[in-house]
Write a protein that binds this ligand. Structure first.
Ligand code: HEC
Ligand code: HEC
Length: 435
């Protein structure tokens, strides 16, 4: 197409130049001493002519620039097996590993402390009060449910092990309970990211009719005020005589949640310098997690782009591509932040402790972590299950460039390696407690 344009210009330019000369001659006649036009008419004709020449020049420049742009038609060639690991292992390498390229991904360990907002500093007394509130069933309408019922810190690794949450009077919610461990590092909370802080989030379940079912903020406050030792706690934390409000209740709970962090996983020990903390399968999984592109969304120290630690884009479409897993697990019945059924918009969850917090996804429809990884590879990265990992090679005839595209296939062995790596994100102490 570009070649056609160029050949058109080859014939076109001389023809246009001749036409221009004829036009110039005619105009000169009109403007010359024998012209019938008066002063005003002459100026009008001259400016019209000038504009015409200018527009023509502009078009010519644009056309030439477009024609000169390199053509980027790249055709898929073959899916060849490139076993990079074994190839490099076969070659003795006297120079050591290659230096990291410009687009390299930097792995980070979890900080030992979670950041707190300026207007709600984390203090030991506030944390103690928050902990008490977190475990208090008295804050639910019928006294049967506390935060910890659905976020069992030890046995459930901060979740409940159910598909969807079970609230007061045996009512089932429609979404899976995520873990509260490391929620303190997330920039937005809930599966759909609708809460902007832990403070805002904590008010939700207290008043949610199928969770703790309290009828109003005042009703919650009354329950707390009734209790003399809570009154003492609030005075100690917020100052004598300060009112007990839902806002302060939520602040104390949020402060407690900021202490629920797990920087003690094998992955963190590995990044901090213990080279033996991850085994060979986990390291292979870690490399695949990066090269397949999981890090595009599950990135940074909390494995989520919805993070206070340099998170950039908290919400993503899921499933990003049409996938056969959709009908099997009803992935599009709830559209999350999009507000309607269909391929929804969801907050990128952290993958810390994910091996301990099944079932998976917002509707808890998937039991095994292997299956969750297969779904992610297919729905988010467009990969299909294949016998082996291949790299698609693309040859551009015009540029004479051979390039490699993202791997398109994921094998069962690779799924297992990624799962092994995800197990390396489990906190040592939570694994110990869960036994
Ligand atoms: C009946 C079960 C239940 C109870 C009780 C409950 N939660 Fe939850 N929690 C859930 C569910 C389900 C979600 C996800 C809801 C959603 O995303 O729409 C959730 C989400 C959260 C999140 C967000 C985590 C994240 O990664 O986004 C936090 C934090 C949290 N709950 C803390 C609490 C606190 C604090 C309390 C007590 C005040 C509490 N929960 C009580 C079930 C419960
Ligand atoms: C384009 C963004 C994106 C990419 C790429 C991506 N994920 Fe996800 N991941 C998400 C979102 C969004 C969710 C939440 C889906 C939902 O709401 O149910 C999620 C959920 C998950 C879950 C379930 C978490 C839970 O607690 O239920 C796992 C496990 C997971 N991803 C692993 C991976 C792996 C492994 C890869 C690479 C093969 C990957 N993801 C690639 C965005 C992504």
């Amino acid at each position: 197409m570009h070649a056609n344009l160029l050949s058109l210009l080859d014939v076109g330019i001389p023809a246009l130049l001749i036409a221009l000369a004829v036009l110039l001659l005619m105009v000169q006649q009109e403007l010359g001493p024998f012209s019938g036009l008066k002063g005003g008419g002459k100026i009008l004709l001259m400016s019209a002519f000038g504009m015409g020449v200018f527009a023509f020049g502009l078009k010519l420049t644009v056309a030439t620039a477009v024609a000169k742009m390199p053509e980027r038609t790249v055709a898929p060639l073959v899916a060849a097996n490139t076993k990079a690991v074994s190839a490099s292992a076969a070659l003795p390498s006297p120079v050591g590993p290659p230096p990291p390229g410009p687009g390299h991904y930097v792995w980070q360990a979890l900080p030992e402390k979670a950041p707190a907002p300026e207007d709600n500093p984390t203090t030991p007394d506030k944390v103690a009060l928050g902990k008490r509130l977190f475990f208090d069933r008295g804050l639910s309408a019928d006294g049967s449910v506390s935060c910890s019922s659905c976020h069992d810190l030890n046995r459930g690794a901060g979740a409940d092990g159910r598909r969807t949450a079970l609230g007061i009077r045996g009512q089932s919610g429609s979404r899976n309970a995520p873990t509260v461990w490391n929620a303190a590092f997330q920039s937005v909370l809930f599966w759909d990211g609708r809460a902007a802080s832990l403070e805002e989030q904590a008010k939700g379940p207290l008043l949610n009719p199928v969770e703790m079912g309290m009828p109003s903020a005042v009703a919650v406050e009354r329950r707390v005020v009734k209790n003399a030792s809570y009154r003492d706690d609030f005075a100690r934390v917020f100052g004598p005589g300060s009112t007990i409000s839902l806002k302060r209740i939520a602040e104390a709970i949020a402060a407690y949640e900021r202490t629920l962090i797990t920087p003690d996983s094998p992955y963190d020990r590995f990044v901090r310098g213990d080279g033996k903390a991850l085994d060979a399968a986990q390291l292979r999984g870690m490399a695949l997690f990066q090269s397949f592109g999981c890090v595009a969304c599950h990135r940074g120290p909390n494995f989520s782009d919805a993070s206070l630690l340099d998170g950039q884009s908290p919400l993503r479409i899921f499933p990003a591509k049409a996938t056969p897993f959709d009908s099997r697990y009803r992935l599009t019945a709830d559209g999350g932040a999009s507000g309607r059924a269909g391929r929804g918009v969801w907050r990128v969850p952290s993958l810390r402790n994910v091996a301990l917090t099944g079932p998976y996804f917002h509707n808890g429809s998937v039991d095994s972590l292997e299956e969750a990884v297969r779904i992610m590879a297919n729905a988010q990265l467009g990969m299909t299950m294949g016998p082996s990992s291949g790299r698609a090679l693309y040859w551009s005839q015009q540029d004479k460039v051979l390039s490699q595209a993202e791997p398109r296939f994921i094998s069962e062995g690779e799924v297992k390696d990624i799962v092994a790596f995800l197990n390396g994100l489990s906190s040592d102490s939570l694994v110990q407690h869960g036994k």
